[in-house]
Design a protein around this ligand. Sequence first.
Ligand code: DAH
Length: 346
Amino acid sequence: MDLIENTKEVGQRAKQELEKLHTAVELDAFFAKFLAKKGEIPTLMGNMKAVPAELRATFGKAVNDVRTSVNELFERKKAEIEKAKLEKKLAEEKIDITLPGATLSPGFKNPYYGIIDEVTDIFLQMGYEVAEGRDVETDRFNFELLNVPKDHPSRDMQDTFYLIDDLLLRTQTSAAQAHKMLENEVKTPIRMICPGKAYRRDDDDNTHSHQFAQIEGLVVDHNISIANLKATLELFVKKMFGEKREIRLRSSYFPFTEPSVEVDVSCFACQGKGCSICKGTGWIEILGAGMVNPKVLEMCGYDPKEWSGFAFGVGVERVAMLRYGIDDIRRFYQNDIRFLKDYPLK
Ligand code: DAH
């Protein structure tokens, strides 16, 4: 067969095969078969010796033409396959921007923490420091140093969560008072609040929870009187519940204060006229307080002849319930996101 014809036939075949290629793998195989060093087209040149001298130039040109044109077509095919591959990939990865996104639901602060923050801010502005209490206490700090007598019912197994022997979950944040006074080795004035949890073996119902929060306050200085207590609480109540609020003190009993009082605030719902929130009395009880019992001062190293002080304890959930009109204390602890959404905090 004429060598030039043969060359054209190889070129023809290569072009036909090229037409049918679809993948990069097929392209590679094609390249190896026709265009690589030992492929059909470059080896055509090996036939040169058999070509008569006068036809060598024509033969050489024919081989080169075939190589150039097959090469060109090969490059075009390669670009086509790469383009198709890219388009396929883009189509597969296409993002449907019209699909609704996953909605992120932001967290909400429990209103109970909102109250703690507000009360803390009010007292920080008055120059108080915030003390860290501890949830696990000893009998000494929770009861003894607070002058709670041995036979007091709150010391009973029925009322307190005892851990081992002498260790218990504190029943009141008042335990922080004794810590603060004893920590002050050099006896200096104290103005502190201690927000924290307290625990009692109560059966849970809409106004009782075995776990709740209190904010304890303690001031110890020279010449502190009940007038200072009243003025401080009045300021606190006005900041917390509004300028028009008034307070009244009712005589009460706590072992660690003498005298002891319960403090009522004039009802913010009915302005003192009487409604369901204040049970018709016009007043709402919000905290317990009193002058620090001299026995407590003495046990904690403050000489009662030189020092005097006042203390108070606020129930956090109670304030939150009054403030937001929440009717069941258990709702603070049920982790129900709807509850948190109902009382969004600023
Ligand atoms: N610890 C009291 C209670 O849990 C509240 C209290 C009353 C705290 C009078 C005080 C206080 O500091 O002076 O009911």
